[in-house]
Ligand binder design. Sequence first.
Ligand code: NAD
Ligand code: UDX
Length: 469
Amino acid sequence: PVKVTKICCIGAGYVGGPTCAVIALKCPHIQVTIVDLNEARVDAWNSEDFKLPIYEPGLEEVVRKARGRNLFFSTDVDKGIQDADLIFVSVNTPTKKSGVGAGFAADLNYVELATRRIAAVANSSKIVVEKSTVPCRTAESMRTILEANSKPGCHFDILSNPEFLAEGTAISDLFAPDRVLIGSLQTPEGIAACVALKDVYKNWVPAEKVLTVGLWSSELSKLAANAMLAQRISSINALSAICEATGANIDEVAHAVGKDTRVGPKFLKASVGFGGSCFQKDILNLVYLSESLHLPEVAAYWRQVVEMNEYQKRRFAKTVVDTLFNTITGKRIAVLGFAFKADTGDTRESAAISLIRDFQDERALVNVYDPQVPHDQIWLDLQEASPRLPIEQIKKQVTICPSALEACRNAEAVVIATEWAEFREIDWEAVYKNMNKPAFVFDGRLLVDAEKLRKIGFKVTSIGRGERL
Ligand code: NAD
Ligand code: UDX
């Protein structure tokens, strides 16, 4: 049996970083090296004052305990590969922007480059683990590339081990996962590699939580899990529109529906729309896969989950304009939150980006505040959302503020885009005093106590609440 003593992870991002830091923490006998081509990122992981490249509650503590002991970050990808007996490939797989499948298919260029690098430099046998989210049967392509380019005597076993962590709760998700999924070929070598990886997880994950399946099931399960989670949000958001039109209350509906143990209470929170780097990308990937397999009805079914999300974001922006007497031109709007969810500094596909773009198109002035997102990132995202606007024009319309209170000063309306706990606790009396009247609040996260705010004098609109204003 193979015994893993040295692990290399290619990709020091939101997944590779936390995942392998936790492996290092829980397995002091295994040396873990996380490598990345991005030097700035690696430097941040190695920074003396622990200014890590990503914000994730509990992550710093894990890195503090393991870094320098059996956890290392490096730009020397080749050495990382050569030293390891097991290699995680945890590189990005964004949606393709051009060429065949543009806008839908996953861009597998980074996975392929990493795989080719492994083949080129490895001088002993390795277990190669697909950690990135990839289309079904990618492991086969990886194997073909590895076998065609390997040195004599080097044998590669490919495993699929998709990651289910959610940002903002990555460390607790990794400490106590609902399940760990490992896919392998059902050959003696494939099964032996699977056991070797299982033994790594056994250091802290109960054996019954480690599911071992075939390679293709493992790859597809990851896309399926994200599609079904996102589908719940689009379902509840579709119902939120009905609530607003009828006077029903989406929280009450979600609670009543979720009480059915077959449905369950989680992931039924209506919102301004889901964001994050995974849901949209993975569903589009599934749509593309379905179309490639000549299953147009299946593709259309999943595509609607993304379309409903786009509709929800547009619908919310339109509600703001409609409520502010059909024009927001020259009006100041405070957007609270820019990250795609609370407890992360990640902004990928954040609903706040499209909201602000829509407000800009209406020629409004926007004040934005987020407790974690770096200012440079906000400018980058807004520029990407409005590629034709010069950045000077964007900076004329948008101001980044140092606090929620500051952002709301002299505004006509406050829009809650991210569910940061601190927005619930801000001094709403003070906010009210500093705003123009009538003062509007649009709660895109069902975060604040609407009744309390109304008593102060605010005119409050919440997602999925019939009783407007
Ligand atoms: P990321 O962009 O944060 O990190 C990827 C890193 O890989 C980058 O730092 C990049 O520089 C590096 N990289 C790319 N090609 C490389 C190469 N050839 N050699 C060395 N380094 C290379 O991405 P992420 O959010 O960590 O996602 C990684 C994968 O995990 C994706 O497939 C994603 O779908 C999946 N995933 C993400 C999440 C999440 O919450 N972010 C959750 C589950 C799964
Ligand atoms: C998701 C999956 O949850 C995770 O298992 C997978 O590994 C990666 O993709 P993530 O995108 O990090 O994780 O966060 P998640 O908590 O799933 O939230 C995604 C988006 O949905 C956020 O914008 C969030 O605010 C929104 N959301 C979530 C809702 O609008 N309502 C809900 O009930 C839950």
